[in-house]
Ligand binder design. Sequence first.
Ligand SMILES: Nc1ncnc2c1ncn2[C@@H]1O[C@H](COP(=O)(O)OP(=O)(O)OP(=O)(O)O)[C@@H](O)[C@H]1O
Length: 124
Amino acid sequence: MGLNDHQSEWKRFSKSFLFAWNGIIRTVKHERNFQIHLFISLIILLSGSILSLSRIEWIILLFLIGGMLSLELMNTALERAVDLITKDYHPLAKAAKDAAAGAVLVYALLSVIIGLIIFIPKLI
Ligand SMILES: Nc1ncnc2c1ncn2[C@@H]1O[C@H](COP(=O)(O)OP(=O)(O)OP(=O)(O)O)[C@@H](O)[C@H]1O
């Protein structure tokens, strides 16, 4: 592999990183649910640093936050893909969007329960 090959590999990698970053920024700007999740995540991170969590509690919280935001991004991707396929009402479009929303809901509910397990003992 020559120097030029390495350079174009690196260019391709940095380009795909930029596309991914743009995808996140676009979602932050346009998706209200993502903005809400981001806001809650910041509050949780702030509360965590005030309540001095253990290393393992931080790892769990970061997993939950990362998973939640990633899932919300995937949900947005699916919604946009379905919108691209049809703007008209279609039962399959509804099924796809509702299932993706359901995935977010499952993860969000479990995150709340795990968050309560971590935070409640610190507060009482
Ligand atoms: N093309 C469609 N055909 C059938 N049902 C749809 C279609 N688009 C959305 N829905 C359904 O309508 C309901 C409301 O969807 P809504 O338009 O509020 O949000 P969304 O398209 O899922 O997301 P967003 O508001 O971020 O675009 C959901 O149950 C969704 O599954």
